[in-house]
Ligand binder design. Structure first.
Ligand code: HEC
Length: 212
């Protein structure tokens, strides 16, 4: 008999405990609250805010981390020539068109299409410097088959990349491949070159890699 009443007492206590827990876990204040939550970190891992810092092994790091110095995006080729007159000359002597996979005619056609979108309004359809916008510039662009007839491919690429005078840089609008396609087309507009003596290529002007 004694045992039975002890058992009853224990059961009643347990039941009261459970009721107390269930009542306290169903908070009335927030109807959407699930109540007692075990291991909340498993549900809600601590999020890092973008522009703050966090600490790992005593090192304070930016949450929005920059790529490791020297990283390059897949398929991206850094452009090695500076935006200086030395860089321009060196590009003219050393830089050659790497596009060889398709025929020259195919590249010229692709270049022509790009030319119609990005260049024709200044340089004109035949590259004579007589595009619609050219008249509004302080000085119209020289003709490809005139003053620019012997301009080497490296300089053409360099100028499309960085711009020159009142021509702006086209590096953000055109990939390197597209710029080289344009080089083929500009060369087509240049017509045959005069035969000129080419100086030896200097090797010292390559400097730090540029992201452009
Ligand atoms: C806003 C008008 C404008 C646009 C757009 C423009 N150019 Fe030019 N471009 C010029 C002017 C002006 C010059 C002459 C710059 C100088 O020598 O001061 C020039 C010069 C050049 C030269 C000669 C560079 C040299 O080394 O002397 C080339 C090649 C050239 N442009 C190609 C292009 C190509 C290709 C495009 C299209 C992707 C293009 N340009 C778009 C205005 C423009």
């Amino acid at each position: 008999m004694r045992n039975k009443s002890t058992l009853n007492l224990i059961l009643t206590a347990a039941l009261t405990g459970l009721i107390a827990i269930s009542l306290s876990s169903c908070g009335k204040k927030d109807e959407n609250s699930p109540g007692v939550e075990f291991m909340p970190d498993m549900y809600r891992s601590e999020a890092l805010k973008y522009y703050y810092t966090h600490t790992v092994d005593g090192d304070t790091l930016q949450n929005a981390m920059l790529p490791v110095k020297g990283s390059v995006a897949r398929g991206y080729m850094p452009y090695l020539y500076d935006n200086t007159s030395e860089g321009y000359e060196a590009a003219g002597l050393n830089l050659k068109n790497p596009l060889k996979a398709k025929s020259r005619e195919t590249y010229e056609k692709e270049g022509e299409e790009l030319y119609g979108k990005f260049c024709v309004h200044c340089h004109g359809a035949s590259g004579g410097g007589d595009g619609k916008v050219a008249a509004k510039l302080p000085g119209p662009p020289p003709a490809y088959n005139g003053a620019l007839k012997n301009l080497p491919e490296g300089k053409i690429f360099h100028t499309i990349t960085y711009g020159k005078g009142s021509m702006g840089s086209h590096a953000s609008q055109l990939t390197q491949e597209e710029r080289w396609k344009l080089v083929y087309y500009v060369q087509k507009l240049q017509g045959p070159k005069d035969t000129v003596k080419v100086a030896a290529a200097p090797t010292t002007t390559l400097t730090e890699k540029k992201k452009i």
